[in-house]
Design a protein around this ligand. Structure first.
Ligand code: PM9
Length: 464
């Protein structure tokens, strides 16, 4: 292995066999799934790069910890253990578990929407976050830097907020109408791109000036901390946990889908710095939606696994390998001329399908077309992050057009090897070389909310 990329810092002690299918079988399977990869059975997928969410492998320490899970309905030992880990990382006083990230969004986001006509501002809202902002009666505004949309531009922190635009939005909408500022680290929708510490600090200063609460969407806060250590001056010698603590210091609230950097298959976190009143409001809401505030949809053994997983997720050797493996795949694609978001982000390689298949317009979902083509080619499942995911304007119901039409090749944590990445690269490069044959897609059924998950499609003019 080239020393440019670090090998897996673990031995594989248990394996899950994976099935291979023929092209003919895959054509039938995809048709039966309504040409929506979310509807494929995972056993019909050879390499599953749909998501890095809840798809990772747990360590022997995590499996061992599960044995001592305390399954009390209220006040379990496992809760207090997890609370102390979350307090140690965030430095926040209040903590509540939830079943996953969207549970945290559902409980917390409506609390700050105190009247009609309010907004959340984020670098870029991820899909479930945007959905919960809208379900809470608010509107979601994004203000990431322009550099984020120039995939070839080598910028170390493409997830950064555009600070001028942030202030302009606050002034034009009125500070009293801003429910909160959501810092998504890393910025998933734009390529798992990190946000610099300098930018987080500046956002907090602006938020303080206008007295607006700040929220970290910390699904991948540890990968963000690793990039800060690698790329930001002054952080080279700091530990990852210290960097993570500083990230948290610039927010009032920390929401996390623990299925990512928490290295568990299910779980979520709401942590609040010092606002007891807000915490009490969340405690009221969490009960009907998630469960009693000391379990919030998680069982004791899962809280034990998360207590261990959060610390493992901050391990520098692990994070180096994780980001190296993603970069290895990205470097191979880039070297073959495949257009990708560059620099390569933390959890996935994002292929820009506007450039990959310029003959397919946004409303025919070019990234869905490429995603389906790599499934047909090699049984690899990726995911569309483009106009299909963006959905319709909640007020006009017009299709929104995404700045980028991305296919995300998302790498689960500690699951696949470099050899799997070679197979993925070969398949994507093959499809790229035959890109002129790709067809656009149209809806057969369009789901009204989060449509990318359950809509069905057909290829315009058939597959061949
Ligand atoms: N992210 C992802 O694949 C899972 C859903 S889409 C297949 O990237 C952020 C930044 C996320 C995220 C989920 C959530 C919601 C919040 N913020 O999936 O509810 O990337 O745990 O988290 C997915 P849950």
């Amino acid at each position: 292995m080239d020393k440019k990329y670090s090998a897996e810092p673990y031995r594989i002690k248990m394996v899950e066999p994976i099935k291979e299918t023929s092209r003919q079988e895959r054509e039938m399977l995809l048709k039966n799934a309504g040409y929506n990869p979310f509807s494929l059975k995972s056993e019909d997928v050879y390499i599953d790069l749909l998501t890095d969410s809840g798809t990772g492998a747990m360590s022997q320490e995590q499996w061992g910890a599960m044995m001592v899970g305390d399954e009390a309905y209220a006040g379990s030992r496992s809760f207090f253990k997890l609370e102390s880990v979350v307090r140690n990382i965030t430095g926040y006083q209040y903590f509540m578990p939830v079943h996953q990230g969207r549970g945290a969004e559902q409980v917390l986001l409506p609390q700050l929407v105190t009247k009609k006509g309010m907004y959340y501002i984020s670098n870029i809202h991820f899909d479930t976050t945007r959905a919960h902002v809208e379900l809470a009666g608010a509107r979601a505004l994004d203000c990431v830097i322009e550099a984020c949309f120039d995939i070839d531009l080598d910028h170390p922190f493409k997830g950064n907020f555009d600070l001028d635009q942030l202030e302009r939005i606050i002034n034009s909408k009125g500070k009293e109408n801003i429910a909160g500022i959501i810092m998504t680290i890393t910025n998933n929708s734009a390529g798992g791109q990190p946000v610099s510490m300098e930018n987080l600090r500046a956002v907090k200063q602006i938020a303080n000036k206008y007295q607006i609460p700040t929220i970290i969407d910390g699904a991948r806060y540890a990968e963000n901390a690793f990039f800060i250590k690698q790329r930001e001056k002054g952080y080279e010698d700091k530990t990852i946990i210290d960097i993570a603590r500083e990230e948290c210091s610039y927010a009032d609230i920390f929401l996390m889908s623990a299925k990512k950097d928490g290295l568990v298959n299910m779980g979520g976190i709401i942590a609040i710095k010092d606002n007891e009143e807000l915490f009490n409001k969340c405690k009221v809401t969490v009960i009907p939606y998630e469960g009693f505030p000391t379990y919030g949809g998680m069982n004791g053994r899962d809280m034990e696994a998360l207590s261990v997983g959060l610390m493992e997720g901050l391990d520098e050797r692990y994070l180096r390998h994780r980001t190296d493996q993603v970069r290895y795949l990205g470097d191979k694609l880039k070297a073959a001329g495949v257009p990708i978001q560059y620099p390569i982000g933390g959890h996935a390689v994002f292929v820009e399908c506007k450039r990959f298949a310029p003959h397919i317009p946004s409303y025919q979902f070019p990234a869905l077309s490429v995603t389906n083509a790599i499934y047909l080619e090699a049984g690899i499942r990726a995911v569309e992050i483009g106009s299909l995911l963006l959905g319709r304007d909640p007020d006009t119901h017009e299709n929104k057009v995404s700045e980028m039409e991305l296919m995300r090749l998302t790498i689960p944590r500690r699951v696949y090897t470099y050899k799997h990445m070679d197979v993925v690269a070969d398949a994507v490069i093959h499809v790229y070389q035959h890109r002129h044959e790709l067809k656009g897609y149209e809806f057969v059924y369009e789901s009204p909310i989060l449509r990318h998950f359950t809509s069905t499609f057909k290829p315009i003019g058939g597959l061949k």
